[in-house]
Design a binder for this molecule. Sequence first.
Ligand SMILES: C[S@@+](CC[C@H](N)C(=O)[O-])C[C@H]1O[C@@H](n2cnc3c(N)ncnc32)[C@H](O)[C@@H]1O
Length: 135
Amino acid sequence: MTERLRAIVERLNIAPDDHVLVIGCGHGVAATLVCERLAGGSGRLTAIDRSPKMIAAAARRNAAHVEAGRAEFLVARLEELDLGDRRFDVVLAVRVGLFHREPQRARALVEPWLKPTGRLHALFDPPAQTARRRR
Ligand SMILES: C[S@@+](CC[C@H](N)C(=O)[O-])C[C@H]1O[C@@H](n2cnc3c(N)ncnc32)[C@H](O)[C@@H]1O
């Protein structure tokens, strides 16, 4: 799974100054890979998961990135998300059921958090899918 997540994150072309939202971050493996791409820039990762256990594990795994101010891990459900004025260049959701069951609703829930040029990548296994925001 780590290798699959590595391949997914590589394809995102994340720039060091990007603001990235990971939805359903689980243990925080993809979050780590994203943070490695933000190192040295002004970019920042926000990672959410509805499970407090997963968020605790992901924050532990990425403690150095949290310490550096590069990452935050929040217990939150996409359906009730309140991220204030944060807006994102890239939103990533891997194997998050809502995007599979109700893709249109999930995309609508993400939309308010995207920058005007932001892009959503929602992927499942299988098949893999990528959705770009319409301009
Ligand atoms: C199958 S796991 C995938 C974890 C990770 N994305 C990966 O690919 O390794 C799905 C994760 O999404 C979280 N999740 C599911 N629905 C969610 C929602 N509506 N809002 C936030 N998190 C959600 C679950 O708690 C779980 O940790």
